[in-house]
Design a protein around this ligand. Structure first.
Ligand SMILES: [Zn+2]
Length: 404
């Protein structure tokens, strides 16, 4: 769910509006709960949930998949973000190409799409750092210039920025869930700006004109909209990241957010939308209905194999039916230690490959001692080679205008 990068991006967004330091501090000053591994002995039969690390006693097949069977495009990564310090916004890179490329080679990862390329000067810096020297390995997307929404003429300005980004080399447009859940009329105050706000219409159209797919993250797991209590299946995740909860206040419901996104997709049939995180990965029947209705909608699976892999039979049918419109992605963040399900590295890719390529049972969806998104494990869906080729590479290549 891009938690790590999102907080930093939101911080940079908030900083751009004068006098919002308190909010930024609220995001940044949250103490990190780091605990050293220690021996925990249950006292009087009681054991804290956070100390519970049960090991499965199942004797089942464990397949190592060190390398994807076919070349891969990772459509959802965060190699960089926009950092704002002392009134200056600059590109902050989470890694160097020299650090990333050897891992890509070992994992059969041909290309990474860095979605959070920013806009303006940052976008230029990001393209110059990743894409220009390695055009066959990295692609950079741009993002909307939301701070300008308070200014008259924003709609046209934003459309012009898409054209400018395209001229710089940006290959797509990325929307964080900022749109719908954070961006307000006065940036950080006032009513939330709706996803289908008409001011963005020229932006969606400009993306279509420049053949730039739109990667859009809308809403979040359904449990994030419920109280963080003993019935919440993501209690530990929300407890560790209280700012991920959208329960109460003036937040729209998950369904309202998804429906606003759907109206945008319907209104701009020329624009190709890649709905990140499978849209609503907990409700594949709902997503099937949307994919049937909107031929310009595609889905990407980043940070959601935990959901897909605990409904393997439904997921397998979903991959069969929509094999031409599902894209591989991980939401990988180099050194993103806050979110183990997203840490860029060999272990992460091996889990994704195992999920897609094998029929292994009951394994961890993240390289972490405890499942970070919820207390369950997953099952592989053993896709046939024809579907693997499409999901790993061909579907993304088609949208990005790359050779098949
Ligand atoms: Zn992300």
């Amino acid at each position: 769910m891009s938690g790590w990068s999102r907080r930093k991006l939101l911080a940079s967004l908030a900083l751009a509006a004068a006098g919002q330091g308190a909010i930024v501090n609220g995001w940044q000053a949250r103490p990190k709960r780091r605990r050293l591994a220690r021996e925990v002995t249950p006292i009087k039969g009681k054991l804290a949930l956070e100390d519970y690390e049960p090991k499965s006693m199942l004797h089942v097949t464990e397949t190592q998949v060190p390398r994807a069977r076919f070349p891969v495009i990772d459509f959802h990564t965060h190699l960089s973000w926009s950092a704002r310090r002392r009134q200056v916004t600059e590109a902050h890179n989470n890694a160097t190409p020299e650090e990333v490329i050897p891992i890509m080679d070992r994992k059969n990862l041909r290309m990474m799409v860095n979605l959070t390329g920013g806009y303006g000067k940052v976008l230029e810096q990001t393209i110059n750092y990743w894409q220009k020297p390695h055009p066959d390995r990295f692609i950079v997307f741009t993002e909307p210039w939301f701070e300008k929404i308070t200014e008259p003429g924003y709609a046209q300005f934003q459309a012009d920025q898409i054209a400018r980004a395209n001229a710089l080399g940006a290959r797509g447009l990325k929307l964080l869930k900022t749109l719908g859940l954070y961006l307000r009329e006065q940036i950080t105050t006032g009513p939330l700006v709706k996803i289908d706000d008409r001011r963005f219409d020229p932006m969606w159209e400009a993306a279509a004109s420049h053949k730039m797919p739109v990667a859009i993250h809308t809403s979040d797991p359904e449990a994030f909209f419920l109280p963080t209590d003993r019935f919440n299946e993501r209690f530990e995740e929300l407890n560790a990241h209280p700012d991920w909860s959208f329960h109460g206040k003036d937040f729209p419901s998950n369904l309202e957010l998804q429906e606003a996104r759907n109206r945008v997709v319907a209104r701009h049939p020329r624009t190709q939308f890649v709905v990140l995180h499978v849209g609503d990965s907990e409700n594949l029947a709902y997503m099937s209905d949307l994919l049937d209705r909107f031929p310009n909608m595609h889905v990407e699976i980043g940070a959601r194999i935990g959901e897909l892999g605990r409904q393997p039979r439904t997921a397998r049918k979903f991959f069969d039916k929509y094999q031409d419109r599902i894209l591989f992605g991980t939401d990988a963040v180099p050194h993103g230690d806050d979110t183990p399900q997203q840490i860029f590295g060999e272990a992460l890719y091996e889990i994704y490959y195992r999920f897609l390529e094998t029929e292994d049972e009951y394994f961890d969806y993240a390289p972490a001692p405890k499942p970070p998104q919820g207390r369950w494990r997953i099952y592989g869906i053993g896709l046939p080679e024809s579907i693997l080729r499409k999901v790993y590479y061909e579907n993304a290549a088609r949208l990005l205008g790359l050779p098949a």
